[in-house]
Design a protein around this ligand. Structure first.
Ligand code: SDX
Length: 429
């Protein structure tokens, strides 16, 4: 049944607007024609604005639901793996065994970077943040694969998807090795995706390094949890950049830059810094009080979410993964984890957090797991970017392939000065 039209009355004018119904989630008022009538909508943080149609990921923030192409995140995290999830996000269906084998081979045989890219790393200071390196190297790939700029060609788009999925782990791992002053470890195409990443991160040419299958599986699950998340800030950045038909590597570099922010993907690194600052469960109350004091400017990192006004389903899975990894490593007394569990309990019982519906988000526990996996804090957001590359390319591909595509060009509410005449410098005070 077609939803009833919306009627907008402004002064003595009534405007009828179509209401569009999605497969799941809220209906939307189609305001596209308002501009022609001299009216804009105003929603600077996009709190109530749908920027596109998409069939990739669905989130229900009140119910705490997250589906990738209809599959609940809990089932994918438990029973799928990251490359299969990336296939699902891009093609819309889970692969059969032949498709799965072919896809994995396609990804794992494109893991090397063009050899000339190695010299790009040498231009950075040794202490360059991995995210600064990733933004640069991913963007630079556009220079090495100029044919990828033909975004109208579906085959070129698919090749770029494979190249990005395959090479971003290498870019990330090498940015860490560069920080450590250790030689780059080349990808091993016979390894699994997460296993290969751990190998590039921790191996050295001096002795064999075998990643633990349990830890590789935990990391693969973390990749699944971070793979996509509807129209979040970095995905919207990728779509905005891609709407001009920019090169896909440039678009993913733009998304990587946006994800770096501490309010977004940079939060996992900020959570660890916050837990270290708290230092002991006895000081949790002090930090919770600071988070409730607006004048402090302090926010409890890893808490709150624009969409989830209930527990982020990924946070619950991440907490479980935390228990498993810390138990596997004999670190169940990890002080950071103890502080995190106590902080979560105190915050969830606190009226401020209850009233503002602030729950732990995906970033709250991920840092503790990554740290337990031997991954340095500086690499946490790089790992988020590595995993979200799967969602970014799926969302970019969906947008570019959409025949109704239009370049993104928001308007504004102008608050500047009225017209005035130029004053020659000699006449200025
Ligand atoms: C990610 O969008 C996505 O899907 C993102 C993501 C993804 O997968 O792509 O899920 C990944 O980015 C997770 C979020 C990681 N960021 C953090 O953990 C940083 C801390 N959280 C906050 O900065 C905040 O909660 C945001 C940025 C996540 C959400 O901000 P909103 O939606 O703009 O909400 P808001 O800042 O307006 O908060 C509403 C109220 C405010 O108080 P009032 O102005 O109403 O009095 O809640 C307060 C905020 O001050 N608040 C917090 C808080 N988060 C919100 N108070 C204390 N601590 C916090 N963490």
């Amino acid at each position: 049944m077609t939803p009833p039209k919306a009627v907008l009355t402004v002064a003595d004018k009534s405007i009828e607007l179509p209401v569009l119904e999605g497969a799941l989630g809220p209906n939307v008022v189609d305001t596209r024609t308002l501009g022609a009538g001299g009216l804009f909508t105003y929603d600077p943080g996009f709190l109530s604005t749908a920027s596109c149609t998409s069939s990739i990921t669905f989130i229900d923030g009140d119910a705490g639901l997250l589906y990738y192409r209809g599959y609940p995140i809990e089932q994918l995290a438990e029973r799928s793996d990251f490359l299969e999830t990336a296939y699902l996000l891009w093609y819309g269906e889970l692969p059969n065994s032949d498709q799965r084998k072919q896809f994995e081979a396609g990804v794992m045989r494109h893991t090397m970077l063009h050899d000339q890219m190695l010299s790009l790393y040498k231009g950075f200071r040794r202490d360059a943040h991995p995210m600064a390196v990733m933004v640069s190297i991913i963007g630079a790939m556009a220079a090495f694969y100029p044919e990828s700029s033909d975004v109208g060609d579906a085959h070129e788009r698919e090749i770029s998807m494979f190249r990005l999925l395959a090479k971003v782990p290498t870019v990330a791992a090498w940015s860490y090795k560069y920080n450590r002053g250790e030689p780059f470890i080349y990808p091993q195409n016979g390894m699994g995706y997460a296993e290969n990443f751990l190998h590039m991160l921790h191996a050295t040419p001096c002795e064999p390094y075998e990643p633990s299958p349990v830890l590789a599986r935990a990391l693969d699950r973390i990749f699944i949890l971070h793979a996509d998340h509807e129209q979040n800030a970095s995905t919207s950045t990728v779509r905005m950049a891609g709407s001009s038909y920019a090169n896909p590597f440039a678009c993913i570099a733009a998304g990587t830059a946006c994800l770096w922010g501490p309010l977004h993907g940079g939060a996992n690194e900020a959570v660890l810094k916050m837990l270290a600052q708290i230092g002991d469960v006895s000081r949790i109350g002090e930090f919770v009080a600071k988070a409730k004091d607006k004048s402090s400017g302090f926010k409890l990192m890893g808490f709150g979410h624009r969409v989830y006004k209930n527990m982020d389903p990924r946070a619950a899975i991440m907490r479980q993964t935390c228990h498993e990894v810390l138990d596997e490593l004999g670190l169940h007394d990890d002080p950071m984890f103890k502080i995190a569990l106590k902080l979560e309990q105190i915050a969830l019982e606190d009226e401020y957090f209850i009233q503002k519906r602030l729950y732990p988000n995906v970033d709250f526990y991920s840092g503790i797991v990554l740290r337990a996996l031997g991954i340095p804090t500086s690499m946490f957001t790089a790992i988020f970017a590595l995993a979200r590359t799967a969602g970014w390319i799926a969302q970019w591909g969906e947008m570019v392939a959409n025949p109704a595509h239009k370049i993104a060009r928001p308007r504004q509410l102008y608050t500047g000065l009225q017209r005035r005449e130029f004053v020659p410098v000699a006449l200025r005070e």
